[in-house]
Write a protein that binds this ligand. Structure first.
Ligand SMILES: Nc1ncnc2c1ncn2[C@@H]1O[C@H](COP(=O)(O)OP(=O)(O)OP(=O)(O)O)[C@@H](O)[C@H]1O
Ligand SMILES: [Mg+2]
Ligand SMILES: [Zn+2]
Length: 431
């Protein structure tokens, strides 16, 4: 992609409304724009990152045996009346009426809807277990939308729902989802912890939260450096204000940490299937309620949380896994024919090797290109300047640690190959 033909409206100034780095950087790097409180447009660069996150999540869901479907955003109130959550959900739910004055909501989550599908089509133990997922927009009229994509009113979530014969079968799927969530976060390259959590408004018997560690996170957790025990603050029984207490397993002192909740998995049991009458005929010929689990992970929140964890004073530092481009090719002057010819040549070589390249061919001075490059945070930079015209050498720089090296044209394929194997540089989009 040529920068001059793409759409990356970067901002020099710190936007006034942004309280934390990820919010400021996602606006400044031209990833998103605010439309109203908690409502954002994704610009092309932001969309590229979203697609990569989605693809990693999708691959791990598929690997774990979940099956993708797509549910409507607009949901009739009667399903929610049955579950008892039409009232319970309160002002966080966006509600509307159709022309015949029937009540609807914009789905804040999809337990009711999927349980209705199960009621329609899961009738026998032979249909079970099944685990269904979607990647879908959600609407929640949050009391305090803030921190950009971290707490939005319209956001994207991957949500899955499993249906089983019994608790043992649910345990197996729950464990698979737990492991899939760990793999997602590891592939993206995030530091995280899994904590035991409260089941809250969704209900059910057991739940775990996946927390991306970040100084500015809203979620507090305790962690035992000795045995690895971790829990969110409410569950651990530690006092939120003062000391963090001692570990229930080993008695050692607990450490408090802050982070951002990115995923939440629940064992629901028969709460929804009872209320929505989703029953199946078991091996013994008896009618029983489906045993459910639900598993959510924030796609748009992930984008912001990744920035929150991976940035420096100059801008975003994308991990290769979800970077909008792998290489930022910069010609130090865009006005000189000789430089542009060199740039075009290296651009062709890189794209020929299937590398996603942002080629900065703009007619602006090199200082601006380097500033934008730091801000946008593409992992590797190829710089073509005088040195290339004189000696055919490319300056290669890593965004993360500033490490530098020189590369000749001939050694580009080898360099890329090494990167692919070392870092999984190839984005999931190219697989
Ligand atoms: N307002 C929001 N904006 C962006 N992502 C969200 C929002 N609310 C929830 N998510 C994402 O959806 C995932 C699953 O939703 P869930 O209902 O478990 O969230 P939640 O418990 O309401 O989260 P929180 O405690 O942060 O409000 C969350 O882990 C998070 O990644
Ligand atoms: Mg919430
Ligand atoms: Zn311990």
């Amino acid at each position: 992609m040529k920068f001059s033909e793409f759409f990356i409206p970067t901002l020099k100034e710190e936007p006034g409304e942004a309280e934390i780095s990820s919010h400021a950087l996602s606006l400044r790097a031209g990833l998103i724009r605010k439309i109203a409180s908690g409502i954002y447009s994704f610009l092309p660069l932001g969309l590229r990152v979203l697609r990569k996150i989605e693809e990693i999540v999708r691959q791990e869901m598929d690997n774990a045996g979940a099956i993708e479907l797509f549910l409507p955003v607009l949901q009739p109130s009667d399903l929610w009346e049955k579950s008892g959550r039409w009232k319970e959900y309160g002002p966080e739910m966006f509600r509307l009426k159709d022309r015949n004055k029937r009540d609807f909501c914009l789905g804040p989550t999809h337990e009711e809807l999927i349980t209705y599908l199960a009621y329609l089509d899961l009738k026998s133990y032979k249909d079970l277990p099944v685990n269904l997922y979607q990647i879908q927009v959600k609407f929640r009229d949050e009391m305090r939308p803030r921190y950009g994509l971290l707490r939005a009113r319209e956001f994207i979530m991957k949500d899955s729902y499993s249906f089983c014969r019994n608790d043992d079968s649910l345990d197996i799927i729950y464990k698979k989802m737990y492991n899939a969530y760990c793999r997602i976060l590891e592939r993206i390259g995030l530091r995280y912890r899994v904590v035991e959590a409260d089941t809250g408004l969704i209900g059910g018997s057991s739940s775990h939260e996946f927390i991306i560690l970040a100084e500015n996170g809203e979620d507090k957790l305790v962690f035992c450096p000795e045995c690895g025990y971790s829990a969110n603050l409410e569950v651990s029984g530690s006092s939120p204000g003062g000391g963090s207490g001692s570990c229930v397993n080993c008695g050692k002192n607990l450490k408090t940490e802050k982070g951002i909740e990115i995923g939440h998995i629940f064992k629901l049991g028969s709460k929804y299937s009872d209320r929505l009458d989703a029953r199946f005929v078991d091996v013994d010929g008896k009618q029983k309620p489906l045993i459910m689990g639900c598993y959510g992970i924030g796609i748009t929140r992930m984008l912001a949380a990744a920035i929150e964890q991976m940035h420096d004073s100059k801008g975003i530092v994308w991990p290769v896994s979800i970077a909008p481009f792998a290489v930022n090719l910069i010609v130090t002057t865009g006005k000189n024919e000789e430089f542009l010819k060199a740039g075009d040549l290296v651009y062709r070589i890189l794209t020929g090797l299937d590398v996603e390249v942002l080629y900065d061919d703009r007619e602006v001075n090199a200082g601006i290109k380097f500033k934008d490059s730091d801000l946008i945070g593409i992992p590797i930079r190829f710089i073509l300047g005088r040195k290339f015209l004189d000696n055919k050498l490319i300056d290669v720089e890593y965004r993360k640690d500033g490490k530098k090296m020189e590369l000749s044209l001939d050694s580009i394929p080898g360099f890329i190959k090494k990167l692919n194997t070392a870092n999984n540089l190839k984005s999931p989009l190219n697989e």
